[in-house]
Design a binder for this molecule. Structure first.
Ligand SMILES: [Zn+2]
Ligand SMILES: [Zn+2]
Length: 300
């Protein structure tokens, strides 16, 4: 019987850590020299702590996710895709497609937002913000990738590409790179596109969900170019540097909303399905409402 060679691919994130540290130090030095106020010590320490927690919890979550992917791959796959060059080209594109929808739904659905909000909870935008990662999402968000082992991509290839995508998204988390040549900005996710993603300006809300390729946002109508200066953070900032609070505050708020008020079961469930900002009594404002208000004001 044909037996496919599965290469041993180490956890690329571990290899990227020295590069993360080195570039972070360079950014601190350059921004201090240019006297641009991109760093705040407490904020950066919290971001780095969130990153460390994410990597440590990743030892558990990666084990669980890998097991689930392997079960699907071994029992349900439609094709057997070997480790060849065209398979890597395909996985770069398809994994990025999965990432786009994971990321978009993480902004448009309160349940997934409760874990993703961590990455947006800093009011600063620098390389350390890239390390500000969820402690809970890695146990949930893999559902957006389950169709890849079903198609026949080996879980080793999928997890390797997920790490490559995460590493790619590190360098774009900076204000020091303004805009890149048009041919780059047209295809790839860049610092400029990702600054828009982290901004609370109404026109920028829930825009530019790209991982590596910005084309998904352009195709699916969520692209916004960087014109106005971005104001970073959340529409309501959390005002805390406590890593435990950063990790769990939105989960607590979500469950409070869904369980403590005197409302019907269907409305309770809607809190887990509707976008962040939605309220059962119609008083809430979601990103689309804020954008519309801004557009109306602009048109006046
Ligand atoms: Zn996001
Ligand atoms: Zn980011």
């Amino acid at each position: 019987m044909y037996k496919m060679e599965v290469p041993e691919i180490p956890n690329l994130i571990y290899y990227a850590i020295p590069f993360f540290i080195l570039t972070l130090i360079i950014e601190i030095i350059v921004s201090a020299k240019e006297k641009v106020n991109v760093y705040e010590t407490k904020d950066a320490i919290t971001s780095i702590t969130m990153g460390l927690g994410n990597v440590l919890l990743g030892i558990i979550s990666k084990g669980i996710v890998f097991t689930i992917l392997i079960i699907i791959y071994n029992n349900l796959k439609f094709f057997t895709i070997p480790f060849v060059w065209w398979a890597w080209v395909l996985i770069i594109i398809l994994e990025d497609f999965a990432y786009y929808w994971f990321h978009r739904i993480s902004h448009e659905n309160r349940f997934f937002w409760a874990s993703h909000v961590v990455h947006h909870s800093s009011q600063k935008y620098n390389l350390s913000t890239a390390l500000r990662q969820t402690w809970t999402g890695s146990f949930l968000s893999f559902v957006f990738w389950l169709w890849l082992p079903l198609l026949g991509f080996h879980p080793v290839m999928i997890l390797a590409q997920m790490s490559i995508s995460l590493i790619y998204q590190y360098w774009i988390q900076t204000e020091l790179i303004t805009k890149l040549p048009n041919c780059v900005e047209a295809v790839l996710n860049t610092p400029s596109h990702h600054r828009v993603h982290h901004a609370t300006n109404p026109q920028y809300l829930d825009r530019n969900h790209a991982g590596i390729f910005i084309i998904w946002d352009k195709w699916f109508g969520t692209y916004e170019p960087e014109i106005e200066k971005p104001i970073y953070g959340l529409t309501e900032n959390i005002g805390s540097f406590n890593p435990l609070f950063v990790a769990f505050h939105e989960w607590i708020e979500l469950f409070k909303d869904a369980f403590t008020s005197n409302i019907s079961l269907s409305k309770r469930l809607l809190y887990f399905i509707k976008p962040p900002g939605w309220k059962h009594d119609g008083t809430g404002k979601i990103s689309n409402d804020l954008r519309k208000e801004w557009e109306n004001k602009k048109g006046e």
